[in-house]
Design a binder for this molecule. Structure first.
Ligand SMILES: [Zn+2]
Length: 410
């Protein structure tokens, strides 16, 4: 907590800087602020999660689902991580928020391109402490009332920012950590952490070496997850904040080329797709263990949200070969998510906590990626600014709140 307090006082100093920008201050100062932890699992796909849940192989996620609300999360057309995370961030469509994908105007997307405030900057301005790690499209790190460790699109030595994994010490072209002193602390207490997940191997690398390449890549992925787990645990223990947002990114990448497909599926290659049929489901089994670590930091007053930006499904459209933004430029993808009809690949939404319904399931697609920012602001008693196109997900709360209660802390 020592260094946590230091970070927060830095954040408080920042508030003075933000003061002229303050929105209507709805959060009652001095009162206990809600605590919210959001875990993003890129590309989390119900089709793969559900059988694991039924088989009892994701006990932690099952526990959260049983005590909360769950359903599909409608995503945007042709979803990818930077595009949807920027919708999460601003509550506005990509054409309005400025981040339309991995690249904008031929350049790898950066936070300077974002034209609208993020909900975490609004939380910061309202005196809510914010801690984030590995959230896509947050590079270079911008100041928040707490800390920020960037995720996907972070650039580094030999990494142009596109789906590679620079280590903290290799980051270039901006800060990956705010405040900068936290970077040294992480290096000494957690290690020289990889930011984001490894790039997938390309077809030439794979050809003739499938078993070793798959095995080595999956080992790298496990190592990255272990370090992320250690990082999240360290941050929740030593730098606990009111609002926390951590993201996992290896699941989606594994799904792209190792989705457990059948011979009738597009792109089936027995040399590759009989090797490690469990590779993709294993990502979720491992995620469940990571969730167990997070749950140690969740008490009765914490709202926990697990969500994904989109799902991922085996190829299913008539498309020109390699039309997909396939990460390494030549990876033989067999599953994807950037279908023009985003309803093909809805994301996941699971929430548990004070005031949230227990064991409830929401059918269909009434909940959307646009609703996340307004709903989180609502939990802190802050009304959504006009830029946000979504709504507060009132159906997840146990009792309908009268309009007068909307801006009051529980
Ligand atoms: Zn992807």
């Amino acid at each position: 907590m020592r260094s946590g307090a230091k970070l927060i006082s830095l954040g408080t100093a920042l508030m003075l800087f933000f003061a002229p920008l303050l929105l209507a201050q709805n959060v009652v100062d001095g009162g206990k602020k809600p605590r919210v932890i959001v875990i993003g699992v890129n590309g989390a796909e119900w089709d793969i999660l559900r059988p694991l849940l039924v088989r009892g192989e994701m006990p932690n996620l099952a526990w959260v689902i049983g005590r909360g609300v769950s359903g599909k999360l409608q995503t945007v057309s042709a979803p990818n991580c930077p595009k949807v995370y920027s919708v999460f961030a601003t509550g506005a469509p990509s054409e309005e928020n400025g981040i339309t994908g991995f690249k904008v105007g031929g350049l790898v997307a950066r936070t300077e391109m974002l034209r609208l405030p993020t909900f975490w900057s609004i939380l910061s301005q309202n005196n809510v402490t914010v801690g984030m790690a590995n959230v896509p499209a947050t590079f270079p790190a911008k100041p928040v009332n707490g800390f920020m460790i960037t995720g996907m699109l972070t650039r580094g030595k030999t990494c142009d920012g596109l789906l590679c994994s620079p280590r903290l010490s290799e980051v270039e072209g901006g800060d990956a950590v705010y405040p900068p002193a936290l970077a040294r602390e992480i290096e000494s207490h957690v290690g020289d952490i990889p930011i984001d997940c490894s790039r997938m191997p390309g077809a030439p690398e794979l050809r003739g070496h499938e078993p070793e390449v798959v095995k080595n890549w999956l080992e790298q992925v496990s190592q990255i997850r272990r370090q992320q787990q250690k990082l999240f645990d360290y941050l929740l223990t030593n730098h606990s904040t009111d609002f926390t947002f951590f993201v996992q990114s290896c699941e989606d990448r594994t799904g792209h080329w190792l989705y457990p497909i059948q011979p009738h599926n597009v792109g089936y290659d027995p040399k590759l797709h009989t090797l490690s049929v469990d590779a993709f489901p294993n990502q979720y089994r491992e995620f469940d263990k990571l969730l167990g670590t997070i749950l140690k930091h969740v008490d009765a007053n914490t709202t926990l949200i697990v969500l994904s930006d989109h799902g991922i499904k085996p190829l299913r459209e008539f498309e020109p070969a390699m039309a997909h933004m396939d990460h390494a430029g030549a990876t033989p993808v067999v599953a994807k998510h950037d279908f023009e009809d985003g309803d093909e690949v809805p994301g996941v939404f699971i929430a548990m906590g004070p005031g949230i319904k227990r064991g409830a399931r929401i059918f269909g697609l009434p909940m959307s990626v646009f609703d996340i920012a307004p709903t989180i602001l609502h939990i802190y008693g802050i009304s959504a600014p006009a830029q946000m196109k979504g709504r507060v997900l009132t159906e997840i709360f146990a009792k309908p709140e009268a309009p007068d209660d909307l801006h009051q802390l529980p």
